[in-house]
Design a protein. Sequence first.
Length: 416
Amino acid sequence: MKSRSFIDTCVLHAVAGSGGNGSNSFRREKFEPKGGPDGGDGGRGGHIYLVGDEDVDSLISIYYAPERRASDGGAGRGRYQHGANGRDIEIPVPLGTRVKDEETGRELGEILHHGQKLLAAEGGKGGIGNLHFKSSTHQAPREFTPGKPGEDVRLRLDLALLADVGLVGFPSAGKSSLLREITAAHPKVASYHFTTLRPIIGTVMLPEKFASFRIADIPGIIKDAHKGAGLGHEFMRHIERSKVLVFVIDMGGEEGRSPVEDYRTLLDELEQRDPALLERPRIVVASKMDLEDARKNVREFRKETGIVPIETTILEPDGFEKLVRRLVRLLKPQPNTAGRPPVAQEISVKSISDALPHRRTGSKNAPRPLHRHEKTGRESSPGRTPPKPIEGRGEHPDAADVISARTQKLGTFFHL
Ligand SMILES: Nc1nc2c(ncn2[C@@H]2O[C@H](COP(=O)(O)OP(=O)(O)OP(=O)(O)O)[C@@H](O)[C@H]2O)c(=O)[nH]1
Ligand SMILES: [Mg+2]
C-alpha cells in the first residue's frame, strides 16, 4: 500500500470539552433538615493545545486523525463538590507550524520553540452551583447555571520547516549524500533524478560546544521549477527561513551539464521564488570532485563566477569537515537551548481566544456577579492547578544527559 510520509499542510478540527453543569442541591442531615444550598460548580471542559516538538517533522499524525475532542467537565454535586475538569489534549506539532483560522484565513500564531504551547480550542467554563445564589433575602436558591460549550474550531496548519541550513541543487547533485555524511539522517541516495521527494531534516552534532544545528534537504530544483517543471518550487518554502543556503553543484558535469550554468539557473529559480533568498548568506559546495572532469570544471567555475567552492567527494571526509567548520563560523550555534526557551512558553490563552470572538460561545444569562466575600467553591478544587509545564530540553548548558540521549539516537559528531 502506498502511504504518504510527509505532510506540510492540513486542517485540524478541534472540539474542546464543554463545562459541567452547576449543581442544584440542599444539605439534608439528620439534625439539620434545612441545611441550605450546597450545590457545587461544574468543572471546565478540556482545552486543546498545539505544542511545539523538535522531534516531529511532519503534520502527518494530524492529517490522518484530523478531529480531536477533549473531554467534558464533570457536573458539580451536592456537599459543595466541584465537578472534575475535562482532560486537556496536547497535540505535538513540528517547529515552524503556522496556524490560521480555516474559515477566515486569519493568522493565529506560529510555533517556533520546543515546548511552546498554543491554545487551539478553549474548554467551556463550568456552570455555577446553587450554593452561590444564596443571599440574606434568598435563603433557598434553586438557581444554577449550565456549563458552557467548548470552542469548536477548524484550523489550517501550514508547516515551513525550521532548519538553520537549506540545501539547494539540481537533482542528483549529491545533496542527500552530503546530508548522510554530516548528519545521522538516512535520506535515500540513488543515481536517478528526484530520488528525494520530500524535505528531510538532519542534525549536525557539535558535542564539544554542547550545540547542534539542523540542515534541510529538499527535492532537486530544475530550470523553470517556478512554472511547475520537475517537482515545482512549492517545497522551497522549507528553506525560506534557513539562515544559510548551501548550493550543491555537481562538478562531474555528467549528462553534458555545465556547473556554471547550473549555478546560474539555481540563482534564477530562487529569485523567481523570492528575491530575498539571494540576499541570504550562501556557501557553494563543489560535489563529486573524484570524477574525471571535476578539476577542470571547478577551475572554470572559479574563473566564471569568482567563487571558491568547498570541494567535496564522498570518498574523503575532508571537504565535509571544512563545510561544517564554515557553517559553524556562520551560524555560531549556541549551547543547547539556542533559540529555545528553557521551559515551556505558552502563547497567551487570551490572545488566541480574543482573536476569535466569533467563536466565543456561552449563554446570554450570565450568573449574577458574586459578592466580594462570598466563596466561589473553587478555591480548593483539585482541578484548578495550572497546566503542568512541558519539560524544556537541555535547559542547562551542562546537561550531559541530554547530550548523551541524543548521542545514542544520532551518532554522528563533529569535533572542531
Ligand atoms: N562519484 C561520486 N558520486 C557521488 C558523490 N556524491 C553523490 N554521488 C552519487 O550521485 C548520485 C546522486 O546522489 P544524491 O545524493 O542522491 O543526489 P541528490 O542531490 O540528493 O539527488 P535528488 O534527491 O534526486 O535531488 C548517487 O548515485 C550518489 O552515489 C561523490 O562525491 N562522488
Ligand atoms: Mg536527494
